[in-house]
Design a protein around this ligand. Structure first.
Ligand code: HEM
Ligand code: HEM
Length: 221
């Protein structure tokens, strides 16, 4: 409790010596921009199609940016810093169940894995949305036509939007991915809340300010 109060005071003020910058401004703008664009895409789906599509393309653009930033960005933004193998991730999960997981200054192994899954699922949602607009776009993808050929086989010559084959399959995929995103976001936010309690720091606020409590002995920086 006192820890929490102390840390609140520290991270609230400038000139604090016990916080360190973890999330650079672009990561933070990316994150809250993504939350807004994703929410707008969800709320306008089936209701306000032009806004839905703009929000969906915004999500796609943000994800593309994040992939580049994951390769060339600041220390804690880099995939190499937070993507760990299955063994480390499972060991971390085991530690969590025993309440003994260590504090990571950047993303912890499960958070890192979740970020990869979120980015991949968001890409798939935006891609299927884009394809659904005009199913003949599938031909623009190098390998996909062979993989999904059966779903499109009965749709030749009927690509103007009325054909059930191509558009139907894409619609299903788009809907499944969008719903999967809701589940993943719930798990993501649940993980953030859990880690915030476990390590006595408000991680959502850190994603706003960029700063986190300086690492203590035993923490992984
Ligand atoms: C209001 C709800 C949300 C809160 C409070 C929240 C909070 C956070 C926090 C605290 C982190 C950093 C986790 C850490 O400390 O390791 C994070 C990372 C992330 N969140 Fe969220 N999040 C929310 C919603 C979402 C949604 C809706 C999405 C996707 C559509 C999302 C995608 C991500 C991604 C991709 C990252 C990685 C950030 C990066 O390294 O660039 N979040 N979120
Ligand atoms: C990644 C962000 C996106 C999310 C979360 C999302 C989510 C959704 C959801 C939930 C639906 C309703 C499905 C249903 O009726 O059950 C939908 C429909 C649709 N989305 Fe998206 N979408 C995204 C991106 C896009 C993009 C980039 C496009 C195309 C430019 C697009 C085009 C469409 C179309 C055409 C529909 C069908 C509307 C209809 O005819 O009923 N979406 N989307």
């Amino acid at each position: 409790m006192t820890d929490m109060a102390t840390q609140d005071a520290v991270s609230g003020g400038d000139g604090a010596q016990r916080t360190v910058r973890v999330w650079d401004p672009l990561v933070r703008i990316f994150h809250w921009g993504l939350v807004a664009a994703f929410a707008i895409a969800w709320l306008t789906a089936d209701e306000l199609q032009p806004v839905h599509e703009i929000a969906g393309y915004t999500v796609a653009g943000l994800v593309a940016f994040r992939i580049v930033w994951g390769l060339v960005g600041s220390r804690y933004a880099r995939f190499a810093q937070f993507l760990r193998g299955p063994a480390t991730t499972l060991a971390y999960l085991g530690d969590m169940t025993r309440g003994k997981e260590r504090r990571y200054l950047g993303h912890n192994p499960t958070g890192g894995a979740m970020i990869a899954v979120l980015l991949i699922t968001l890409s798939g949602t935006a891609l299927t949305g884009w394809l659904m607009e005009e199913p003949s776009r599938v031909a623009m993808l190098p390998d996909l036509p062979q993989i999904v050929a059966p779903a499109f086989a009965d749709d030749d010559g009927e690509r103007e939007g009325s054909g059930e084959g191509a558009r139907g399959a894409l619609y299903e995929a788009h809907e499944v991915l969008a719903n999967l995103m809701l589940l993943l976001v719930a798990m993501h936010v649940g993980g953030v809340v859990l880690a915030s309690f476990r390590h006595h720091e408000n991680l959502a606020r850190a994603m706003v300010t960029g700063d986190k409590r300086a690492p203590a002995a035993g923490d992984i920086a």
